[in-house]
Design a protein around this ligand. Structure first.
Ligand SMILES: C[S@@+](CC[C@H](N)C(=O)[O-])C[C@H]1O[C@@H](n2cnc3c(N)ncnc32)[C@H](O)[C@@H]1O
Length: 394
């Protein structure tokens, strides 16, 4: 993307954040910054429930589907939603190498199953997909290696390396250089860069991930607790590239501004955010929001939490019909103004929550306008988690 002079974003190096993506020109709310195709995808589910999704494209497979096919070699273990996915899988994501490795990994005497080591099982799947890439698509493997994340092997990665070497029957010190240190580095890249593709939104259930994906360009977006862009995915759409992710601008931005995503739902509290960023991403966030909230007393944190759910009589009632259709005339109206009654003026970021936080219960998604049409901004906001649309009145 940075090679095209008309790209809306370019990569720069920032002293305290590493690589970053910044706007090359003024950007309009809703504008598409990037569509990115995955380097690799892998299932996040325990094997028993993975059958609800295509093992190649991760679309939901309906129980009535008549086009479902399995892998000729591992039958029940991998299912594909269509002949196209099956044939694509057999030479990319589900090569004979992956097929036999996954079969051994899922065998009853596999050490990860014996240990009930769920996270280890998911990480092993990532490693199998990554090593498959090294063999099947060296250029994609290079792109994976270029992502941030370096680590020397420790006990956990040495254990995973031994499991994966066994199930993959890796050449010991062959030209491909599979080693415990490479395994540790790959695991670090996965941890710092993977995007979760969520299961279909269900208000009554905990959010959960169906698959993880590593994306070559979207991985360069840094985090901000009040992001100016957000990520959309449409895994269950019938489009060909259903696992591509789209990054859109939340509000107007000047040229030269760093574009950031939030690595988790925006309604997380200060301590929760700091802890997550330290543990999972290995940095201390000092964004504007964190600077303000670092000085808050516990009482103020409480107040902020309540505001997320306080939809009182402001028209944000989420039990309406709207979801199943995107006609502008039929949308619910969200209060997009800044001067709501009872708003705490001392909270400088309240505006973000009022305008860009999804009000659907248990959603936690971020809203961005639909892309502008003929440079005219859209007044329809789309939620990047539950997918609902709302109308924003200015
Ligand atoms: C998905 S990568 C983002 C791109 C990364 N800067 C690079 O050079 O490839 C995530 C990593 O970027 C760095 N990072 C992201 N947001 C940051 C922030 N707000 N402050 C400091 N470092 C950040 C952290 O090292 C984090 O683990």
């Amino acid at each position: 993307m940075s090679h095209h002079s008309n790209s809306p974003i370019q990569m720069v190096e920032l002293e305290n954040k590493g690589r970053a993506l910044v706007s090359t020109k003024p950007l309009k709310a809703g504008e598409i910054l990037l569509k990115d195709s995955p380097i690799l995808l892998y299932s996040a589910l325990p094997s028993s429930s993975a059958a609800n999704y295509c093992s190649h494209c991760f679309r939901t497979i309906s129980s009535q589907s008549t086009t479902t096919l399995s892998c000729p070699n591992c039958s029940a273990a991998s299912q594909f939603c269509s002949p196209q996915c099956q044939s694509a899988a057999l030479c990319t994501s589900h090569t004979p190498f992956v097929c036999s490795a996954l079969r051994r990994l899922g065998a009853a005497d596999s050490p990860l199953l014996l240990l009930h080591h769920h996270d280890g099982l998911i990480q092993a799947r990532f490693l199998i997909a990554a090593y498959n890439l090294a063999i099947a698509s060296p250029s994609k493997f290079q792109s994976l290696l270029s992502l941030q994340g370096d680590a020397l092997s420790d006990d956990a990665s040495v254990f995973l390396h031994s499991v994966v070497s066994t199930v993959c029957q890796l050449p010991n010190s062959g030209g491909l250089g599979f080693s415990a240190d490479l395994t540790a580095a790959l695991l670090a890249k996965d941890k710092l860069n993977a995007f979760g593709l969520m299961e279909p939104f269900d208000q009554g259930k905990q959010r959960s991930v169906r698959a993880y994906g590593l994306y070559p360009t979207a991985s360069f977006f840094n985090h901000d607790c009040l992001p100016n862009a957000c990520r959309f995915d449409y895994v269950d759409s019938s489009e060909f590239s259903n696992t591509d992710i789209t990054i859109r601008v939340i509000h107007d931005l000047p040229a030269g501004r760093e574009i950031c995503l939030s690595y988790f739902p925006v309604n997380f509290k200060y301590l929760e955010r700091q802890q997550r960023l330290k543990e999972d991403y290995d940095f201390v966030c000092d964004c504007d929001r964190c600077k303000v909230e670092a000085n808050w007393s516990d009482d103020e944190e409480e107040g902020e939490g309540e505001m997320d759910h306080d939809d009182g009589d402001d028209g944000m009632d989420e039990d309406g019909d709207g979801d199943d259709d995107d006609e502008e005339g039929d949308l619910e109206t969200t209060d997009c103004g800044m001067d709501r009654e009872g708003e705490d003026d001392s909270f400088p970021h309240a505006y973000f929550f009022v305008r860009y936080m999804c009000s659907v219960d248990n959603c936690g998604g971020t809203l961005a306008p639909l892309p502008p049409v003929d440079a005219r901004p859209s007044t329809v906001m789309e939620c990047n988690v539950c997918g609902s649309f709302s109308k924003c009145e200015d």
